[in-house]
Ligand binder design. Sequence first.
Ligand SMILES: Nc1nc2c(ncn2[C@@H]2O[C@H](COP(=O)(O)OP(=O)(O)OP(=O)(O)O)[C@@H](O)[C@H]2O)c(=O)[nH]1
Ligand SMILES: [Mg+2]
Length: 286
Amino acid sequence: MKIEWYPGHMAKAKRQIAEVMPKIDLVIEVLDARLPASSANPMLEKLRGNKPCIKVLNKSDLADPGVTDLWVEYFDQMEGVKAIPIEANKRSAVGQIPKLCRRLMPHRGVPGKTLRAMVVGIPNVGKSTLINTLAGKKMARVGDKPAITTCPQQIDLRNGIHLADTPGLLWPDIRNQKGAYRLAASGAIGEGGMDYVEVALFAAEYLMNHYSGPLAARYKLADMPESASLLIEQIGRKRGCLIAGGNVDLQRASELLLRELRSGLIGRVSLETPGMDLEKEGGCDS
Ligand SMILES: Nc1nc2c(ncn2[C@@H]2O[C@H](COP(=O)(O)OP(=O)(O)OP(=O)(O)O)[C@@H](O)[C@H]2O)c(=O)[nH]1
Ligand SMILES: [Mg+2]
C-alpha cells in the first residue's frame, strides 16, 4: 500500500514534538475511537515519558459505544492516563477535558500555575476541530496542514490551561498490514494511497464477522454471502454499480461500501477492540 509519509517527514515531525515536549505538562492524544490502537503512534509513548496523557477517543459518533466503553476502561488502567470519548465539534464532551487535565495534574491549572498542554495525533483524526472547540472559537483551520514551531503560540483557555496552538502531527504506524487496512477503511489514509477494492474486501470480511446484523439491514440481504467478494458484488448489483455486459463494477461498489462505512450509514462500527490480535483480525486473508 502506498503511503504519504517519508522518512524525512517522520524524522522532522519527531524532532519537532521532542523539542516542544519539555515545555508542556500534559499531552492530549487524539485517537480515532473506531481504531484506538492503529490510530496511535507508539513513538509518542517514548516521547512523552512519564508526562500525563489524556487519550481522546474522537469520532465516537461513528464508533460502537459498547466497544468504546471497553477502550476507556482499558486506557484508564494505565498510569497517568485518562480516556474520554468525544465528538470534537461538540462542546458537551470536549468540555470535560479541562477537568480531566486538572485531575491528572491537581497542582496545576489553578491561579498562578498554568497547565500547559499540547494536542497530538495522526492526520485527519480531528486535532484542529478539537482545538477550535476547546478554544471556543476558530483557531486552527480544519483540514489545514499543521506545522509545529519550536516556540509554539499558546491559546489561553481561560481556565488555567494553556494549549499549544498548533497540534503535534504524528504519522500512523502502518508496518502492520491489518492496521493499515483498518486505517484505510476508516478514511485515515489519503485517497491516492490505497487500493479501494483491497480495502473494501477487508472491510466486508470484518463487517460480515462482527456486524452482520447492521450490514444485512443496510443492504437488505436475506442471507449473508459466502465471501467478502460475493458481498461486494451483491452490494454493487443492488446499487446499480454496473459495467457493460451487466457485470458489477468492483471499483465503484468498493468505493460505495467504504463511503457508507465511513459516514456511519452501516451503523456505529468499531474496527478494533482491546485485547484483539491486531495483526490477525479481520482481513480477507485472515
Ligand atoms: N464524524 C465525525 N467527524 C469528525 C469529528 N471530528 C472531526 N471530524 C472530521 O474529521 C475531519 C478532519 O478533522 P480535522 O480537525 O481537520 O483533523 P486534523 O487532525 O486537524 O487533520 P490534519 O490537520 O490534516 O492533521 C474533518 O472532516 C472533520 O469534520 C467527529 O467527532 N466526528
Ligand atoms: Mg489540522
